[in-house]
Design a protein around this ligand. Structure first.
Ligand code: ZN
Length: 71
């Protein structure tokens, strides 16, 4: 697996995502911490944890393209 956490900049999304699938990191709620450094650390920990635990196959870009076609 050579997936990487990448910065994504799109008209409708700006943030971190996966280089190998359509997974995006969307933090829920405000970051917690008593200082900016702590908030940044918590944010990064959460981001890295969610990135590490997501399954690329579940967010496959191909899966979206190969949705069942109605005949
Ligand atoms: Zn992925």
């Amino acid at each position: 697996m050579s997936r990487k956490l990448i910065w994504i900049e799109q008209p409708h999304f700006r943030g971190f995502g996966c280089s190998e699938c359509s997974w995006r990191f969307e933090p829920s709620g405000a970051p917690t911490g008593t200082s900016f450094d702590e908030m940044m650390r918590n944010f990064e920990l959460k981001r890295d944890k969610e990135f590490a635990s997501h399954i690329c196959a579940d967010h496959s870009q191909e899966a979206m393209h190969s949705a069942p076609i109605k005949r």
